[in-house]
Design a protein. Structure first.
Length: 217
């Protein structure tokens, strides 16, 4: 169930529906559901995400996840609290626009995505901090999930020889149309796409094994 059918909410609803999930969307703004298009196969409900009657109408008692992504932090926190505490929805997430409210969300034990902070970090990484072609950074640490394309120098290299203790650990290798979860003895080939958990700065230790484009910010 999703409270809020703006750009974030509608995109999330469409993606989840396309993956086969049963999706209910709540919003009270006129004409907002048009963004879902005519092929959306979920249900839409005109109302506020913290209205108990609307929540029940949308099927909250059967929901296994609830996301509040309206443009109001107050509405989001109220909606999530209702879903979590009154209806016992197992997984609840809230959008947070004002970073000054982060401590309040944390005090209420509300899992949230801070839009402004997330966007700022992405821009920062693209400008000055990017080490690999693609990565996801965990908050509160220097560990990233990265993708690396192997160069000719990596051909015949064992996965354990690419890994660096406490700095780089390989999780998967994509070779043409097949994906492997490799052992330490797995031999790498030129062109392999390697997905790994990496600490910031480890690139300098493995850059000779990466294609040239991976070295550019």
């Amino acid at each position: 169930m999703i409270a809020g059918c703006g750009r974030v909410g509608s995109d999330l609803a469409l993606n989840l529906a396309e993956e086969g999930h049963d999706v209910s969307v709540i919003d009270n703004r006129p004409g907002v559901f048009k963004s879902l298009g005519s092929t959306f196969n979920g249900t839409i409900h005109d109302g506020r995400g913290y209205d108990v009657r609307i929540l029940k109408e949308a099927g909250i008692e059967f929901a296994d996840a609830f996301v509040a992504v309206t443009d109001s932090d107050n509405a989001n926190v109220m909606s999530v609290q209702l879903a979590k505490q009154v209806f016992g929805v197992p997984r609840c997430l809230a959008r947070l626009d004002d970073p000054r409210r982060a401590d309040a969300y944390a005090a209420l034990d509300i899992e949230y995505v801070a839009g402004a902070k997330l966007a700022s970090k992405v821009f920062h990484e693209l400008l000055v901090d990017e080490e690999f072609h693609y990565h996801v950074t965990f908050s509160g640490g220097d560990v990233e999930i990265v993708e690396m394309v192997m160069s000719a120098k990596a051909s015949g290299l064992k996965v354990e020889e690419l890994e660096v203790a406490d700095e780089l650990r390989v999780a998967a290798v994509r070779r043409r149309s097949k994906t492997y979860v490799p052992s330490g003895q797995f031999l790498l080939h030129e062109g392999d796409l390697v997905v790994a958990a990496a600490r910031s700065g480890v690139r300098t230790k493995i850059k000779r094994y990466l294609v040239e484009q991976e070295l550019q910010p």
